[in-house]
Design a protein around this ligand. Structure first.
Ligand SMILES: Cc1ncc(COP(=O)(O)O)c(C=O)c1O
Length: 417
């Protein structure tokens, strides 16, 4: 079949997501390796979206593939509560890398956030969940309800009321005499809503496609203090920003605050199999020793997904991918800043920001034409409105980073010409 026929055949009986079906421009993938994938339409492309910000260890990693195949051969299916060596191994590894006590495993980020909300409500006996106004925590109905992202719009009339911290952006930093605007927003919201009715504050470790804005320095520490003061649980959603993406295992480590719960997804299994997790503290874990955990899923802790995640953690540790994301990300940031200062570009790039290999470049105009230019030149660049995102797999080498930066520089010059 020709690529256009293949796309038509797929579109005939399978939906494309987040799109009017006739507006989808097909991209037919026939191979992938490391930080690149090959398409029938454009040949090899640098994967600056890591597929959906999830292929952190890179494409076609032989160790991940081998461990998944081994698991399929030994035990590919198992009931949720069956005891399996691979579950023992992954749970211990998650405890080690997160510092939290116990995991509840699910299949995707949204489902894990749903379960985190249920657990927070079961433990506290309270109902309200506070989020940032421009936050994204997933696409299921309960999660759309509590978050602020625009993707809730078609359903908004039927969703429960949401409790948001406003998004002052660019944000006023704290001074010696005054906390940051974000902190003042949060304090006011808690007073207004009665903090004793708030079960949890749910925050992305580092905001993803809603802008990759840096929070003010006092934000995470003050959130922690307020949670302690009012018996509120702090849930850190690291679905996007976790597993090395920001040059730390988890983005919140940049600010040093403790979380009661974490939500993991995407990079957890690097996209090799569906898997997500809710991690909880020892106090929350102990609550369920004698209280029923009203949560469960048929595909809970799927053995093949567990094998993928256990292998991903091994690869990240052996290949020092967290350190690599930090170092290569800093180099990429320098190249982007240098580009923004070039006379031919000056003024068109409003801001370069981000952490590790989670970078955003904000332009003074919509970025769709730059995406199209780079497709012709060998890179897949994700974007939203006037912001381009650079989130390649964390295995990107120094030489590859410079190749990508050269491509972007050429593409941006053509874009602005
Ligand atoms: C911070 C965050 N939480 C949750 C989700 C939802 O994850 P999933 O798409 O796997 O349901 C996403 C997805 O982008 C995310 O970025």
């Amino acid at each position: 079949m020709k690529p256009s026929e293949l796309a038509r055949a797929q579109g005939a009986h399978l939906f494309f997501t987040w799109s009017a079906q006739h507006s989808v421009v097909p991209l037919t993938i026939d191979q992938a390796r490391g930080a690149r994938f090959r398409t029938v339409e454009h040949g090899w492309l640098w994967d600056l979206e890591s597929q959906v910000y999830n292929v952190n260890v890179g494409h076609a990693h032989p160790h991940v593939q081998e461990r998944m195949i081994e698991q399929i051969r030994s035990q590919a299916t198992a009931a949720p509560n069956a005891v399996l060596p691979i579950r023992v191994e992954l749970a211990a590894a998650l405890h080690r890398v997160t510092g939290l006590e116990k995991a509840f495993l699910a299949t995707g980020g949204s489902e894990a956030v749903e379960n985190a909300i249920k657990i927070a409500r079961l433990v506290t006996g309270r109902s309200k969940i506070v989020t940032r106004r421009n936050s994204y925590h997933g696409a299921t109905l309960a999660v759309l309800g509590i978050a602020g992202d625009a993707r809730k719009q078609p359903f908004v009339a039927d969703l429960a009321p949401a409790y948001h911290i406003e998004d002052p952006y660019p944000c006023a930093e704290a001074t010696a005499s005054s906390p940051s605007l974000w902190v003042r927003n949060l304090e006011a919201l808690l007073q207004r809503e009665d903090p004793r009715s708030v079960a949890a504050i749910l925050l992305e470790g580092f905001t993803g496609t809603n802008g990759m804005q840096h929070p003010p320095r006092d934000f995470w520490p003050r959130v922690r203090q307020l949670c302690d003061q009012h018996g509120i649980l702090l849930i850190d959603d690291e679905v996007f920003s976790g597993f090395g993406r920001t040059g730390r295992w988890f983005a919140r480590e940049h600010w040093g605050a403790r979380a009661d719960m974490m939500v993991l997804g995407k990079g957890l299994s690097s996209g090799y199999a569906p898997l997500s997790a809710v991690m909880v503290s020892s106090a929350i874990a102990a609550h369920f020793d004698d209280h029923k955990l009203w949560c469960g899923l048929t595909q809970y802790a799927h053995p093949v997904s567990c094998a993928a995640a256990a292998a991903v953690i091994e690869v990240m540790e052996r290949e020092l991918l967290v350190e690599n994301a930090d170092r290569i990300g800093a180099g990429l940031h320098e190249r982007l800043q240098a580009l923004a200062r070039k006379p031919a570009v000056h003024g068109a790039i409003r801001d370069v920001r981000g952490l590790g290999l989670m970078r955003a470049v904000e332009f003074d105009r919509p970025v769709a034409p730059l995406h199209a230019i780079l497709l012709q030149r060998g890179a897949y660049l994700p974007f939203r409105d006037n912001i381009a995102f650079l989130c390649p797999p964390l295995c990107l080498t120094g030489a590859e980073m410079h190749t990508v930066a050269d491509l972007i520089e050429d593409g941006v010059r053509a874009f602005l010409r």
